[in-house]
Design a protein around this ligand. Structure first.
Ligand SMILES: Cc1cc2nc3c(=O)[nH]c(=O)nc-3n(C[C@H](O)[C@H](O)[C@H](O)COP(=O)(O)OP(=O)(O)OC[C@H]3O[C@@H](n4cnc5c(N)ncnc54)[C@H](O)[C@@H]3O)c2cc1C
Length: 466
């Protein structure tokens, strides 16, 4: 029987294994599958901590339904009745600018009246349809694209904070095509963003689809009744026979047409032979595993940078708050010079994240903007975040609960030229049949993207087994 090794038990590794298992069953094939996860728990960045009735996410707080992949997986796992949609309030998003929170407009009328941008800045956005499309081939940075199409002010107050919200990244360095492929495609296909929006609305109207505007990225933010870890627990439950926890893979090499993995477990180190391998670890970890057997491939992988993010969760008595948290949360543009990237009002977004009469906020710190802040001590981070929440939201109350989650290698950065990095990786991997790289380091960081890519990786693996 053929053996497949999957290294990494985050959502990418688990979803690959699950999808492969289903595809093997459907094809009437069998293979031995082993999933190696170095930590005592699977899930990687996806973890939900329950304390004093609060449900705190260490990383992602959900997925959007504008792509089907996470929702389909949840349904396949029989989790339909555990899905939890965000409240209508999640559509209300804010940006902090010049001393106050501005609600992001959801309609053209609201955009005209929104004071976040100056009148000149708003006019410049409205002139977007008259801007000629850029070259399809050029790999522009997010900042170049946004200032070219929408103007410098919209770049600084809308696009820069949005990029920090998704990638914790610097728009001057990130590739538009790799980070936001849909936006790149809309310009290529329709000639501009406003033209694309109008054309898509027209298409939906013709198809009789209900239209809704949103200040966010579209789709409904969705999680599970006990947080995102429900998805991980369910996947891990289905894969229990294959999952080896506390099992760190230290090296991978190719030998006589097979792959050899050196695995360190509590019981000691051992070698494991496999016919096919999926490395579902962060790129830097994959690079280290290949450092001896394929140094050039390893070095290429280690060059994909990551930025650190600290997530500070604070619980409060709702009565002690000076304003109700009636929205998704807010982002802070770099220009404001503050010490946080933004905050998510989790208890307003999802019911049951805080006990009755309490409220839960999670604050993001660090990223490419201020990596040093994500490395402060727990005490320093709590002091920084409380100071910022006092300044931005007027919260003077003592928190009833606090928790800090550190993600030292938090989010991969798809820099300008990322597409070429992927091409070079693919070219090198041509000499390694049955070997795949699949994690958030390559073709999308969202849970939807990771799950979509996992299904594709599993399809490729199936060909090796057939
Ligand atoms: C703060 C934060 C907030 C986020 N919010 C959202 C959100 O709201 N919505 C959304 O869609 N996405 C969000 N994301 C992104 C999303 O969470 C990640 O892209 C996704 O979880 C990555 O999954 P992964 O399996 O590719 O990688 P990881 O979660 O990093 O998993 C990799 C796994 O590999 C294991 N591993 C590493 N080296 C080895 C080794 N040598 N041997 C064995 N195992 C190894 C690790 O222990 C880990 O478990 C967020 C990310 C962060 C950091």
């Amino acid at each position: 029987m053929k053996r497949i090794a999957i290294v990494g038990g985050g959502v990418s590794g688990l979803a690959t294994a699950y999808s492969l298992d289903r595809q093997l069953e459907a094809a009437g094939l069998s293979a031995e599958m082993l999933i190696f996860e170095s930590q005592p728990k699977p899930g990687g960045t996806m973890r939900t901590i329950q304390e004093q009735g609060f449900f705190m996410e260490s990383g992602p707080n959900g997925f959007l339904t504008n792509k089907p992949h996470a929702l389909d997986l949840a349904r396949e796992l029989g989790l339909e009745n555990r899905l939890q949609k965000s409240s209508g309030l999640a559509r209300k998003r804010f940006v902090f600018s010049r001393g106050r929170l501005h609600r992001l407009p959801e309609t053209p009328g609201a955009f005209l009246g929104c004071r976040l941008l100056s009148p000149g800045g708003r006019l410049r956005v409205l002139a977007e349809p008259f801007v000629r499309p850029g070259s399809r081939q050029q790999d522009e940075s997010v900042a170049q694209f946004a200032s070219r199409r929408l103007g410098q002010e919209a770049m600084e107050k809308l696009i820069e904070p949005m990029t920090a919200g998704v990638f914790a990244g610097n728009p001057d360095q990130l590739s538009l095509r790799s980070c936001f492929p849909r936006i790149h495609e809309l310009e290529s296909r329709y000639g501009g963003l406003i033209k694309a929006m109008l054309a898509l609305r027209g298409e939906r109207r013709r198809r009789g689809v209900k239209q809704s505007m949103s200040a966010g990225p579209g789709g409904v933010l969705t999680s599970f009744d006990a947080g995102v870890e429900v998805l991980i627990d369910s996947l891990a439950g289905c894969l229990a026979k294959s999952l080896r926890l506390n099992a760190a893979v230290e090296a991978v090499s190719r030998c006589n047409g097979k792959y050899l993995l050196s695995v360190r477990e509590n019981s000691g180190s051992a070698q494991c032979e496999a016919d096919a391998v999926v490395l579902a670890t962060p790129a830097h970890a994959a690079g280290r595993l290949l450092g001896v057997s394929a140094p050039e491939l390893g070095a290429e992988l280690e060059r994909i940078p990551y930025v650190p993010v600290a997530v500070v969760a604070l619980g409060f008595d709702a009565a002690a708050l000076s304003r109700p948290w009636d929205g998704f949360g807010f982002l802070v543009p770099r220009k404001e010079g503050r010490g946080i990237l933004g905050a998510l009002w989790d208890s307003s977004v999802f019911e049951g994240r805080a006990p009755a009469g309490k409220a839960l906020v999670r604050v993001m710190v660090g990223g490419a903007r201020q990596p040093e802040l994500a490395r402060l001590t727990q005490g320093e981070l709590l002091a920084l975040v409380r100071e910022e929440l006092r300044g931005i939201m007027g919260i003077k109350a003592e928190p009833v609960l606090s928790r800090v989650f550190f993600h030292e290698q938090g989010i991969p950065q798809y820099l300008v030229g990322h597409g070429q990095v992927l091409e070079r990786l693919n070219a090198r991997l041509a000499a390694w049949p049955g070997f795949y790289l699949n994690s958030n380091a390559y073709r999308g960081v969202s849970l939807n993207d990771c799950i979509r890519e996992s299904k594709l990786a599993a399809q490729s693996m199936l060909k090796v087994i057939e």
